[in-house]
Every structure is written in structure tokens, then in C-alpha cells.
Design a protein around this ligand. Sequence first.
Ligand SMILES: Nc1ncnc2c1ncn2[C@@H]1O[C@H](COP(=O)(O)OP(=O)(O)OP(=O)(O)O)[C@@H](O)[C@H]1O
Length: 329
Amino acid sequence: MNFHYHILINPAAGSGNAEKTAEKIIQLLDEGDYTYTPYYTEGPGDEKEIVDRLTNLLSPWSETCEKDHIDNSFHLLVVIGGDGTLHQVVNEFFALGLQLPVSYIPAGSGNDFARGIGLSREPEKAFEQITSALKPQPINVFHYEEKIREEQGVILNNVGIGLDALIVATTNASTSKKVLNKYHLGSASYALYLVKAIFTQKTFPILVELNGQTLSFERTFLCTTTNIPYFGGGIAIAPMADPKKETIDLVVVEKPNLLAILRFLIQLVRKKHTENKHYKHFTSSKIRIVSVVPQHGQADGEDMGERSFDMNFSTATQYIWYADKRTEK
Ligand SMILES: Nc1ncnc2c1ncn2[C@@H]1O[C@H](COP(=O)(O)OP(=O)(O)OP(=O)(O)O)[C@@H](O)[C@H]1O
């Protein structure tokens, strides 16, 4: 099958590192004599406009489409950016009601989605995984509906209310992220703001509905609904989460006092946090979370602002074009 790669590049992702990644990929495309067209975003939200322009051109995928594309190229969108860029693209597919495959070269500071699905964070290797793949992989993502502001969309990684969202809000607004990203220390900026947020984040009550149960947590510190194990650039908050499973994982951590939370963080570093008695884990295909007291929220590392939430989550599928080296021996 011949491909025409439409390369959507967010040069600002990873505090500018994505631009260098894009240069490398374009060099590989030229050397391999691939057909491609690059599109560069110029500011936040430009992903939508680029996707809108390409909708009539991009090819849908089906098991029989290899035959359909013997004489004509398969037009595939390849995103070069961070998790937030891919989030914007997939959400525009969703807004337009399109079921299209997408490919991805991670070039952000966190790159948790790539980690979660077994896509290399080294651009050359990711490129090889994409160009060697004969078909896309179904990845379980999830759909959200927020009733208070009447918003909806698709989540690739996770939605957090509380600690992780406060970290996202402060990290994205900081200048140190840019400096640390320059030296490929994006995760360090997250760790820096994690320490700050531990002292700033107040506990809050939430209500959770899942598997026919209603649960209430009075002293929530962190509430993360996730599709993959990681947030914050490789922190395995939910090691049991798996984007190949048709379920959503929910982690709730309560904070009785500062000492207990510091103990939890030490266990998190030692990957023993799931044994902590304040760590609660649930799995379901449908979850409702209500937080009446305004809190910071984050969706795939994008700041949702400080507000009340009434969110319903349900499973969905997004096709990602890559060869999963973990399953293809
Ligand atoms: N040219 C641009 N300049 C500034 N912001 C942009 C540009 N193009 C897209 N954006 C915005 O950047 C955000 C996405 O950034 P992204 O998450 O991909 O990178 P990152 O924050 O460096 O990576 P990570 O999420 O892995 O930490 C989106 O909100 C998107 O709309």
C-alpha cells in the first residue's frame, strides 16, 4: 500500500524540541522517497483548522482497504507534537464525527501516550514503527461529557481533578518548563511543581458512581481517570491500566494529613504506592465523577481551568497507525 503522509507539526511542543524532531522526520521522509505534505501550527488551536482542511482528503481505514489503495495512496495524518497536540487532533475528529486513523511521533515534554501504547519516544524508531505498520491498532480511549459546562470530547491518556491538574496548570504557566525542556528535562519541571502542589492542594469531596455503586470520598487529594498507566511524564500512577483493555481505570488518593501523603509519594517513587491504604483503585466501562467544590482539572495535560465538575466517562476506540513492538514478535 502506498501512503501519502500529511504531517501536522506543532513546532512549539516540548518547548520547541518538536521543531527539531520534525526536521529529523522530514529528512527521513526525503531519504526514503516518501510522499508527504507538512503543515505547521502557528498558535494554540491551529490543529483544528488543519484537520478541518484535510477531512475530505484523509483515508478511512477498513480491513479491506489495502485492496482499495493498490492504485491510489492511503492519506494518513501523522502528528508531531506532545500529548496535547494529539488530543486536539483526535477531539476535532470527534467533533466532526469522523472515525479516522492517525499516526503520531511523540515530541512533547511528557509523551505519556507513546509510553502507554508502546510507541518509541525516539523519533527515528517511532518513524520505523509507523512506516513498517500494515494496519492501525485499535486503542481504547474514553469519551467524556461534562454536564455543568455542557462539554464533551475524547481522552487519550487521563482526566485529573485535584493534584495532577494543579501541577499541569502551574507547570504550563511556568518559564522553568521551557528551560528544563531545552535540556530534555521536561519531567523534572513536573517533579518540581509536584513538590509545590503537595503543599498547596487542599482536600475536597467527590462523589463517584461506577459498577452500580455510589461512593463518596470526603478528603480527596488526587482523582485521576485514566486509560494508560502514566501521567506527568512517566509517573506510573495506575500501573494496572492498559489501553488495550476495554475499561477505564480510576485512582483516588485521600489525604488524611501531610505525613501520610509524603509516605505515599515515597512509595510512588519506589513503585509500591498501590499498597498504600489511601490509594483506591477502580475499573469500569462507565464512571461518573462529581466535584462540587471548584478544583483544577486537566485533560491529556491540557489545563481545563478551576471549576466544578460533573463528568461521565465511557469507553471509546481510536485507531493509531503504528506497529506495537510489544505484541508483534
Ligand atoms: N504553534 C504553536 N504555538 C504555541 N502553542 C501551540 C502551537 N500549536 C499548538 N499549540 C498548542 O500547544 C498545546 C499542546 O502542546 P503539547 O501538549 O503537544 O506539548 P507539550 O506541552 O510540550 O507536551 P506534553 O503535553 O507532552 O508536556 C495545545 O494546546 C496546542 O493547541
